[in-house]
Design a protein around this ligand. Structure first.
Ligand code: EPZ
Length: 438
């Protein structure tokens, strides 16, 4: 992969754990932020490129380290990738399954790489990839992926931390089937959509996840010649085709990045606007912020937030889309720590996603947690501290708390933040925040 120097610098920078954010709180923000393409769509669209024997040009791809690592994984498969600014040119004519050790490190660096299993099985009838471990926010099992692929004719063998998979049909082609997911899983729904696109016959996915990123995947695959109906609903039908061609595709805006900056505006009681975002994907988040006391103006791809000076506490329960996104639970908790009243925040998607609480309390917040429910008693003041983010969204939440806090906050854990946000501190700096990346 010929990654240009600036991309290599990003990778070098991100991988070094020495970087930190230095934030002087209390600034009022103003201006506009352009929202980037969605991380959780770009990564799966890159995996889906394995399905076609053509050229895929992806536009509006965020420049984040997860995209760089996924590019390296595809390159290790012999795929030619050219990246320039927010565009990827992916040529998948030639693919060869690489030697195992190259794969191991790369796959372990990025959980979503496991989503390549569907496309690899659909294209090659076999795959051998490292078993994705859990992560800090939860055990992240893959049983839904495995059990569903088995119904399309796949047999699996787990050995030495590897998963070997083979399509056990005469011509090694997957066979369409009806799948009833036991839980709404974004990843399992995406894996089965990709696998079923080249299967023989029709696959029906019941109790499917409905996230906008799943609609984005189906839209790109249909552009490549797939026959997918119902993406975004609980029942998706995929009529398998013989082959898929290349395409040009633009990734949807990142609703989680947009939500994070809306909360940055609310926590600093600042009026800002977002452009190149999709307000429709943020309805539940907007409703909760309106209940807090924020007003909104929106038009196509544009959103303006106007927070009251005093924000009220509101309760949230995270749940699969269109519920309140678990990826905005931590940033929203930082906001509720500064609100007037007491709020209950229940995390129902991941069993271990409250690591930010201890750090927020060290800044003077008043949060107690029991059985994945956080009780947040709003306080008037937070104080700047040295804090450590231990996952992507927790680190973003601590930075937002730093924007509100009195004095200086040092946020460590940027290697997580830069996995999912392009130019996070630069964008906030352009709005007038006193934030430096050091
Ligand atoms: C996707 O992860 C996102 N990642 C996550 O974003 C996001 O938090 C999550 O969906 C939920 O919205 C990407 O898209 C790359 P799931 P995914 O399968 O697909 C259980 C971020 O911050 N489950 O929908 O891995 C699982 O344990 C990241 O950007 C099974 O039990 O999530 C969890 O409790 C973090 N068996 C629930 O389903 C399975 O086989 C939802 O997980 C699969 C999942």
């Amino acid at each position: 992969m010929n990654i240009n120097n600036s991309t290599a610098n990003i990778l070098k920078n991100v991988m070094s754990h020495n970087n930190y954010l230095e934030i002087e709180g209390g600034e009022i923000l103003k201006g506009n932020i352009k929202i980037n393409g969605a991380k959780n769509s770009a990564l799966v669209l890159m995996a889906a490129s394995i399905l076609s024997r053509g050229q895929i040009n992806l536009f509006n791809v965020p420049r984040i380290s997860d995209v760089l690592v996924m590019s390296e994984i595809l390159t290790a498969m012999g795929i030619n990738i050219k990246s320039s600014s927010n565009q990827l040119k992916i040529n998948t004519y030639e693919i060869s399954l690489p030697s195992q050790d190259v794969f191991f490190d790369l796959f372990n660096a990025l959980r979503v790489s496991f989503f390549c299993i569907g496309p690899l099985l659909a294209r090659f009838g076999k795959a051998k990839i490292p078993l994705p471990g859990g992560c800090l926010i939860g055990s992240r099992p893959i049983d839904e992926h495995i059990n569903s692929l088995k119904q399309l004719g796949v047999i699996f063998e787990f050995k030495n931390n590897y998963l070997s998979a083979e399509v056990n049909t005469p011509n090694k082609r997957l066979l369409g089937a009806t799948i009833n997911f036991k839980c709404k899983s974004v990843g399992a729904t995406e894996t089965l959509i990709m696998a079923a696109s080249l299967a023989k016959g029709t696959t029906i996915l019941n109790n499917a996840a409905q996230e906008p990123e799943i609609i984005d995947l189906a839209n790109m695959l249909n552009l490549m010649g797939a026959q997918i109906k119902g993406a975004g609903s609980e029942c998706i039908t995929i009529k398998g085709v013989e082959s898929l061609k290349g395409c040009n595709y633009t990734v949807i805006p990142d609703r989680i990045e947009a939500g994070t900056f809306l909360i940055a505006a609310a926590i600093t009681r600042s009026e800002i606007s977002l452009s190149q975002c999709e307000p429709n994907h943020l309805q539940t988040v907007i409703k909760k912020l309106e209940l807090c006391g924020c007003k909104f103006e929106y038009s196509k791809q544009f959103l303006r937030i106007i927070p009251n000076k005093i924000l009220k506490s509101v309760d949230i329960n995270t749940s699969p889309y269109p519920g309140f996104p678990t990826d905005l639970q931590a940033p929203f908790m930082a906001l509720m720590a500064t609100a007037d009243g007491t709020s209950k925040i229940k995390e129902t998607v991941f069993e271990n996603r409250m690591h930010h609480v201890k750090e927020l309390n060290s800044m003077g917040a008043n949060i107690t947690v029991k059985d994945n429910v956080a009780t947040v008693v709003g306080v008037k003041y937070l104080r700047g501290r040295v804090v450590l983010g231990t996952d992507l969204r927790a680190t973003a939440a601590l930075a937002l708390a730093g924007l509100y806090a009195n004095g200086k906050t040092i946020v460590r854990g940027l290697e997580y933040l830069e996995r999912g946000y392009e130019a996070f501190s630069k964008k906030l700096g352009e709005l007038g925040a006193k934030i430096l990346k050091k």
